[in-house]
Ligand binder design. Structure first.
Ligand code: G3P
Ligand code: CA
Length: 243
């Protein structure tokens, strides 16, 4: 079979605290060919890698990411909630992740978490940082906020975008083409084989999320997807080898 992208969801998040440098490094060691991460914005406009809008779950602190400066956010402990062995792991900046993967054959899927908090200027900022680091070819921007992806595309037509969605869409490939997106990132239950095929015929790749069950991984591969977003990159890598 053709090789597909093994995209580590929030890094190797089954074995390390999600969205930390150690999770990203571990993902590469486990055979990931891509990394997915979530970006929020600090009070002083820095892009930080954390899934939730609030700090409680993974950084053990009260309040919203948007209300703290980067200098404060970087002092928080984003590792202890997962296991004491990871105590002191900081919330990374986007630049820290760029520094890890730049120049490697690693796809970087950055999800803009601008659905609940409407971060003003997030699109401009992310494109500015991508350009400063010459990451245009390596990055794919995704979001459930499709209007935000259209805005990204307007600012930077050369940077790929991918539509995140939970429920089935009518002819998702036509919708993606209309929004000039080069990828579809559906929830795993919203994938259909004929749509994967039709999307690819238009040059649009399909990467379902978040696929952790080996049987589901096999099913997705049978449907012909071009990548899978998973917490378990090593499991997917060994399934692919066995095929
Ligand atoms: O890439 C898809 C997936 O990351 C979207 O859901 O909540 O894990 O960010 P979530
Ligand atoms: Ca995500």
């Amino acid at each position: 079979m053709n090789k597909i992208e093994i995209i580590a969801h929030r890094g190797a998040s089954a074995v390390c605290p999600e969205n930390t440098m150690i999770a990203f490094e571990r993902a590469l060691e486990l055979g990931a060919t891509g990394i997915e991460t979530d970006v929020q914005m600090s009070a002083d406009g820095r892009l930080v890698l954390i899934h939730d809008e609030t700090l409680q779950r993974t950084a053990g602190s009260e309040g919203w990411v948007k209300d703290f400066t980067y200098d404060t956010l970087r002092t928080l402990d984003a590792g202890s909630w997962f296991h004491a062995d990871f105590a002191g792991e900081p919330i990374p900046s986007l630049e820290m992740l760029f520094n890890l993967v730049q120049g490697k054959r690693i796809l970087l899927n950055v999800e803009l978490k601008n659905g609940i908090v409407p971060y003003k200027g997030m699109e401009e900022k992310i494109i500015q940082v991508i350009r400063e680091w010459n990451m245009e070819q390596q990055v794919v921007l995704s979001s459930f906020n499709h209007a935000s992806l259209v805005k990204c595309k307007r600012i930077a037509p050369d940077i790929r975008t991918a539509l995140l969605y939970m429920e089935k869409l009518y002819r998702p490939y036509d919708y993606a083409a209309k929004l000039e997106a080069s990828g579809l990132h559906p929830y795993k239950l919203a994938v259909a084989k004929e749509e994967v095929t039709a999307a690819l015929a238009q040059g649009i790749v399909t990467y379902p999320f978040t696929v952790n069950d080996p049987g589901d991984m096999e099913l997705m591969m049978d449907m012909g997807v071009q990548g899978i977003i998973t917490d378990l990159p090593d499991v997917l890598a060994s399934l692919m080898t066995a095929r």
